[in-house]
Design a protein around this ligand. Structure first.
Ligand code: AMP
Length: 223
């Protein structure tokens, strides 16, 4: 059985941090639709230009655009053995399109990071991302040893344009309206596990790893 692992959760819940680590642990490609859009933005592609206004406003890029982009990415050979999705699906229409695509021979695992709304704005708006390795620091909770420099690889840290308090509020509202129904969607299909994301990153990671029954060897089948 080949597996698609879906990370669900509001902005600032730690999806990206956990997804990067879990993907390494599982030996699966980390497929982040937000990263794909940001790549398109920096390469100034037509797709990037289209996505820009939505992203800057904290709104969702239209479903057909996201679905096309995502399906193009997961058609690549490195995804044949499974993949870990971060930031997709975000609407019921996206989830339905994915379910249809994964109908034969695939298992789906959905991991929901549960974090109370009160802490999300502070968590998301303090984020610092590494330009080189994608590692995520936080101004307050995971400050880098040297200002502006990634602890993991020495790369330059930057703040996402949409990680300001106002846009995070909007992204949170969008999450509640459009993405939260996916918790019920996957629960009804019996693929949902909920993890308390308000603890330390290591504690959260250990829970996620336990749920996926990973012993630590990359490339291991997800059960
Ligand atoms: P993220 O890095 O996952 O927080 O995504 C950043 C932004 O990219 C979002 O606020 C949306 O504007 C856009 N985006 C990423 N993934 C999706 C998706 N699955 N559906 C619609 N828009 C998305």
């Amino acid at each position: 059985m080949t597996s698609a692992v879906i990370m669900l959760g509001p902005p600032g819940a730690g999806k990206g941090t956990q997804a990067v680590r879990l993907a390494v642990e599982l030996g699966l490609p980390h497929v982040s639709t937000g990263d794909l859009f940001r790549e398109n933005l920096s390469n100034e592609t037509d797709l990037g230009k289209l996505a820009k206004t939505y992203m800057e406003a904290g709104k969702l890029v239209p479903d057909d655009v996201v679905i096309d982009m995502l399906f193009g990415r997961v058609a690549a050979d490195d995804c044949n053995g499974g993949y870990l999705l971060d930031g997709f699906p975000r609407t019921v229409a996206q989830a339905e399109a994915l379910s249809e695509r994964l109908a034969d021979g695939w298992t789906t695992r959905t991991l929901q990071l549960d974090v109370p709304d009160e802490s999300l704005v502070e968590r998301a708006s303090g984020r610092l991302l590494c330009k080189d390795c994608g590692n995520i620091h936080h101004e307050k909770y995971k400050a880098p040893a040297a200002e502006g420099v990634c602890d993991a690889c020495g790369g330059e840290l930057y703040k996402r344009a949409d990680d300001n308090a106002e846009t995070v509020q909007e992204r949170l509202a969008v999450y509640h309206n459009e993405t939260k129904p996916l918790i019920q969607y996957y629960d009804e299909r019996g693929t949902l596990d909920v993890v308390d994301g308000s603890r330390t990153p290591d504690e959260v990671f250990n829970d996620l790893r336990g749920l996926l029954s990973v012993s630590g060897a990359p490339g291991q089948e997800v059960t």
